[in-house]
Design a protein around this ligand. Structure first.
Ligand SMILES: [Zn+2]
Length: 355
């Protein structure tokens, strides 16, 4: 596995840490998009944005009649909007994306008001809870954020509709990276690295950093309508449920088991020929890979697939434990394998035919 050491050694923890730290609630991806433009423009022949806020980086194909291949990874993260401020200055929030309230209790957050404020999801002390309350998660609508300021200051600095994102730094843990927002900053990272690394392509490669995936795969749909790709490849996390309490037959994929080639999830069925093509590429280059069937969830592939007259899609997934929490964890070897598979796909896509 020569590629593994080489790719792992050249991966940038610093870049990944920056990607995970930048806030991008659905519909408020400006800061993140600006970073993408600054970071990836030097590698692109052309950069475009659209009205929804998707951003596209083009590398022109060498063929005389190049096809268009769209890679897509989403910029937005599960987050919240302030929906109510109590007269004591506590904030109540509307979720954007699928949160499990059990993982929010006692977490730190950033409140993006007139200035950025640190806050915490406040929680009733165990001394004050009944035995019954202790067995149940507090529903999100009853949870509140405390920013440690008097009510007058809170109402001055925070307004209805201000964004709230989770606060947690990305760190290395064993052979893994762990933190918030690896869904889908690890997909963005894989797309960036593959886009920077591929030598040349017969097809035109478009790396799309998309918006509003966590609220129902909205950005990728509009993006694919505009770009009109011949093929769409989403890059996102998938659920590695290989943890205590879950039977092996329900693991979906294994952390450290390699990049995952998606056969299907709840929102898209990958084009069978593309699935086979990715398997062939992975086998030829000895890239550790596994096949994925995820009974729930969806990726940007779902949005691309339904644009215009329909687009053949597939998703390359990075296995992730503890998805949609602040301790999302991915294995560095799976990240390296994903970068390598997407890079080779960009160089070899002309070998794929739909006839
Ligand atoms: Zn995602």
């Amino acid at each position: 596995m020569v590629y593994k050491q080489m790719v792992v050694a050249s991966m940038s923890l610093e870049l990944l840490r920056t990607l995970c730290a930048l806030p991008a609630p659905p519909g408020q991806e400006e800061t993140f998009r600006q970073f993408m433009i600054e970071h990836l423009s030097p590698y692109a022949d052309e950069v475009r944005t659209d009205a929804l806020g998707n951003v596209f980086f083009f590398r022109k194909g060498k063929s005389s009649s190049p096809r268009t291949i769209m890679l897509a990874a989403h910029m937005d993260e599960i987050s919240f909007l302030v929906r109510h401020i109590s007269k004591e200055g506590f904030l109540y929030v509307q979720p954007l994306g699928g949160f499990d309230p059990r993982v929010l209790d006692a977490q730190r957050v950033w409140v993006h008001g007139r200035q950025r404020l640190l806050g915490v999801f406040g929680t009733k002390p165990t001394h004050f809870t009944s035995p019954e309350e202790r067995t149940k998660a507090v529903p999100l609508e009853d949870m509140f954020i405390d920013v440690g300021l008097p009510a007058e200051s809170v109402t001055e600095l925070v307004g209805i509709g201000d964004a709230v994102t989770l606060e947690r730094e990305l760190v290395e843990m064993g052979h893994c990276y762990t933190g918030k927002t690896l869904d889908d900053r690890i997909g963005i990272y894989v797309m960036i690295e593959a886009f920077k690394r591929f030598a040349e392509s017969q097809d035109t490669i478009v790396a799309a950093a998309t918006v509003q995936e966590e609220v129902g795969v909205r950005g990728a749909h509009a993006a694919a309508f505009g770009i009109e790709p011949d093929i769409g490849i989403a890059i996102d996390i998938t659920i590695a449920a290989d943890i205590p309490g879950i039977e092996e037959r329900n693991w979906c994929v294994r952390l450290g088991g390699g990049t995952a080639i998606k056969i299907m999830d709840a929102r898209s069925i990958s084009d069978r020929r593309l699935v086979q093509f990715f398997r062939t590429l992975a086998s030829e280059s000895a890239i550790t890979h596994q096949m994925e069937i995820l009974p729930r969830g969806g990726t940007d592939a779902a949005g691309m697939q339904l644009a215009r007259n329909g687009i053949p899609v597939c998703t390359i997934s990075i296995p992730c434990r503890y998805a949609h929490s602040v301790v999302e964890s991915v294995h560095r070897d799976d990240v390296a394998a994903s970068i390598e598979l997407v890079r080779i796909f960009c160089e070899q896509s002309h070998r794929f035919t739909t006839t």
